[in-house]
Design a protein around this ligand. Sequence first.
Ligand code: G
Ligand code: MN
Length: 428
Amino acid sequence: MTACKGSPPRRAEEDLDLEQLLAAQGVVCHFQPLLSMRSQALLGVEALCRGVHPRGGALVPPQRLFGLAGQGPRLIDLDRLCRQRALQAFAELSRRHPGLILHLNFESALLDMGVVGSGHLRDLVRQLGLDPGRIVIEIVESRVSDLGALERFVVEHKDYGFLLALDDVGSGHSNLERIAIIQPDVLKIDRSLIGGLDRQYHKQEVTRALLNLAGKIGALVVAEGVEREEEALLALEMGVDVLQGYYLARPGPGLQELRGCEERGRQLAASFRRYTVEKIAAKKAQHRLYNQVMMDLVERLVGLLPEQLDQRLAELVDLNPWLECLYVLDDQGIQLSSTACQARRLSRQRGAIFWPAARGSDQSLKHYYLLLKAGLERYVSDPYISRASGNLCLTISTWFKDAAGRRLVLCADFEAHPQAGVSQGQGG
Ligand code: G
Ligand code: MN
């Protein structure tokens, strides 16, 4: 950083006086659409308030606005002004777009300041003639520390017919225990998980777990902060229906954004059809390849004596660059061979905790054994991170016969790729 002489020019924002802004009721509301891909229609809008600078009229982002209010006495006034603006603007919007849902951010820090029970929101909604069943109150649960107040707020507003969303799920200090208190109708998965979803296996698995949870508790999932088509495609593939983010539309004051968003949705639907067909074709090709490799491996194992197994497995694992490990079980699921591994694939760091299983280990409770025992000829697992190597891999198991005609199980761990990588056609 270079040193500057004198004081830097003061930005208008720095002169922002919250009292003046509140006195002038200087808040406007922008809307960002939420699109349901399944119904190919706008589901609703999230109201995002902006301050209007009392001098000059420049827009002030909400973080700055709420930052100024802090936890001070003006927080309530600011929050009420924002909600009032949002509800007024929405009442106007829904006259032209009946049926839309409003997502309304609620400054949950207020719950710690003893404001539960004022009925302010309910009264406003009633005055404006809005249906509370079309209003989703978004709560960032990590901001609340008074759980009793949170629970009272939730009960009170649900009773009146509002819907509740947990905002920013998966970011900050979100505490999953609060899902039990709020019992939300909507889970909004935070953009920190959605950004780069197509590139990061761990984000995919956290998102998948949240989707599973949402399915069990009957909550609708919204993916927030979708900025790229690839993220949208992966979210859809995982089963997310409702999307929100700059990729579809930025927040804006009018209807323009809403129309643009539906057009974007149609483009996305076309991309998704193409993507899915390509991906299934790539998966089929990959499975043909796996089958071929497994048949080749088995061909070189049939007829071997038990004492020849280890040597042959070690040769085979070295020949195939996509293989991590090979091992053989007897028909009771007990490991008959050592685990032959590509040494260069094993994680040195994890060696203290994880290592390949030894001859004699009992693998009879593993999926890849039990499914064969139940009658499958061959089993292919989903990709997972191997505890032995730390790499993303998948396990394939198949029956074969040794020299004495005994039925044995060959297990092979193949290198795998994060979801989006499959369509790149890397073989295993
Ligand atoms: O906490 P909450 O999810 O309510 O945050 C909403 C904020 O996120 C708004 O300020 C909005 O402008 C911003 N936002 C909405 N969509 C996107 C997006 O796709 N990317 C980024 N970086 N921010 C977004
Ligand atoms: Mn929000």
